[in-house]
Ligand binder design. Structure first.
Ligand SMILES: [Zn+2]
Ligand SMILES: [Zn+2]
Length: 211
């Protein structure tokens, strides 16, 4: 437990969170990190799911799904606006409730190892961790080239909200989609250069891609 004046979060006055909310700072540090993770993952989940539902957001997000092969560089194959929206929706709620920096860092430390391996082109087998984290075995399904398999696993690093909203997909055996890439047909210029894809958001004809 975070004792007053001795540990992480010490010295924070009660009610120092913005907007009248506050993460309960008398809870054990690990529990504060868990609560922060649940909140950030909830908003990240819906941000991601909306990017698959709204045509203009899908056009932004299609850049991430255009690759027909998963490898670690896919972590960075994200439209800058998509990246900005993800961070605003994912972290603004934590800031609004006055989440202490050490708790945010705890959440990042818990989830960044998962994110760094999420697109790895490695035969990683994570066992029971696939029921907690959106590992590369789990996230690969999200990149499937068909909506039946691909409209799954929207969680940023945890799978809890996918389980809660019925979008979780994982198989212990045969756990690979047949192919990854955009759903077909689509008018998105997935074969164009990275710069052309980024700029395509601002050209006539944008945002009419089939999902
Ligand atoms: Zn996606
Ligand atoms: Zn991905």
């Amino acid at each position: 437990m975070v004792a007053a004046g001795t540990g992480a979060g010490a010295g924070r006055p009660a009610g120092d969170g913005g907007w009248g909310f506050d993460l309960p700072d008398r809870l054990p540090f690990a529990l504060q990190v868990l609560l922060a993770a649940l909140l950030a993952e909830f908003t990240s989940y819906w941000s991601h799911r909306l990017h698959h539902r709204l045509p203009s957001l899908w056009w932004l997000h299609a850049l991430h799904h255009g690759s027909e092969r998963l490898y670690w560089l896919n972590n960075f194959r994200i439209h800058p606006l998509n990246h900005a929206i993800n961070y605003v929706l994912g972290f603004a709620p934590l800031l609004l409730i006055g989440t202490p920096p050490d708790v945010v860092l705890g959440y990042l430390a818990l989830t960044y190892p998962v994110l760094m391996l999420q697109h790895a082109n490695l035969p990683l087998r994570s066992g029971w961790l696939n029921y907690v984290f959106s590992t590369n075995e789990v996230h690969r399904w999200h990149h499937a080239d068909n909506p039946k398999d691909g409209d799954r696993n929207f969680g940023r690093a945890l799978v809890l909200w996918d389980m809660a909203f019925g979008t979780y997909r994982y198989r212990a055996e045969g756990n690979d989609p047949v192919a990854v890439g955009l759903y077909q047909p689509t008018s998105y210029p997935a074969k164009a250069s990275f710069a052309r894809q980024v700029w395509s958001m601002f050209l006539p004809g944008c945002c009419r891609a089939a999902f």
